[in-house]
Design a protein. Sequence first.
Length: 267
Amino acid sequence: MKTIIYYFTGTGNSLAAAKKIAASHGETEIVPIAAFRNITDEISPDAGRAGIVCPVYFAGLPAMVASFAERLDFASANYVFSVVTHGGGGGSAALRQLDGILKDKAGRGLDAGFAVSMPGNYILTYESPAGEKRDRLLAAADADLERIAGQIRQETRLKLPNSPVTRIVKALTYPRFRSHVHGDDRKFTVTEKCTSCGTCARLCPAGNIEMGGGRPVWNHRCELCCGCIHLCPVEAIQAGKGTEGRQRYRNPSVGIAELERQRGAEP
Ligand SMILES: Cc1cc2nc3c(=O)[nH]c(=O)nc-3n(C[C@H](O)[C@H](O)[C@H](O)COP(=O)(O)O)c2cc1C
C-alpha cells in the first residue's frame, strides 16, 4: 500500500522524522509542503496511508502547513496520521488543530497523531542544545520514531493527546504568531560577514529571500522557521543582539542540499 508523507521543515528535524518513518515502510513518497506554497488547487493524494510531518510553532501549526491542510482532502486514504516535532511542548494542541482543519475540509480527521521531542530551534528566544545534550535528544527521538513508525505501519488508531495547559498556551500565543509571522523577518539583519553565497535564499521554504546587491533581502512572506539564521555557513544572519553568538542548529541527518530542494519544482 502506498504511503505519502507531506513535510515542512526549517532546520531538518521534521524531514529527518519523515525519512525515518518512510524508511520503515514500503512504497513511500516524501513530498515537501513548500512546493505547494503558490498553488491554490485542492490536493487529493492517491495513497492508502497519508501523513503530515512538521514542527510545532507556538503550540500550533506553521502557517504554511495550516493553509496547506485547508486545501487537503484525505477522504480516500485508509489511514491518516501526523507527527509533529517540538523542542519541549505544544504537540497536542498542534495535532488537534490539524485534526480540526482536516475534519472541516473533508469530514475526516487524524487516525493517529504523535508528538516527538527534538532539539529546539527557536533561536530568537533560546539557544539550541549542542554536543552530548543534542545527541541524547536525537537518540531518544530516534527510538520514539522507531516505535511510531511501527504503529503507523500497523495503522494503529489512537485518541489524540490532550493537554489543557497546552491549549491555554496556544490560545495565548498562537493568534499573535499567525497574524504577525509573515512580517517577522523585519527583525532579521545581515552582518558584514556575509559572503553572498546565497544559501539562505536557496533554502528558505517560503521563497522569501532574494539576493540584492549580494546580500539577502527578506520580502515579508516569512514562516519564521529560522532556517536562514541557523544554516548560514558564516553565521552572518541575526535577529537582534539576542542571536549573536548563539548556538546554530541543523539536524545532522539532513544535508543542506536536501533542505535546498524543499521548495522544489512545483507539482
Ligand atoms: C517560530 C517557532 C516556534 C516554536 N514554537 C515551539 C513551541 O511552541 N513548542 C516547542 O516545543 N517547540 C517550539 N519550537 C521548536 C520547534 O518546534 C522544534 O525545534 C522543531 O523540531 C523544529 O523542526 P524543524 O527542524 O523541522 O524545523 C518553535 C520553533 C520555531 C522556529
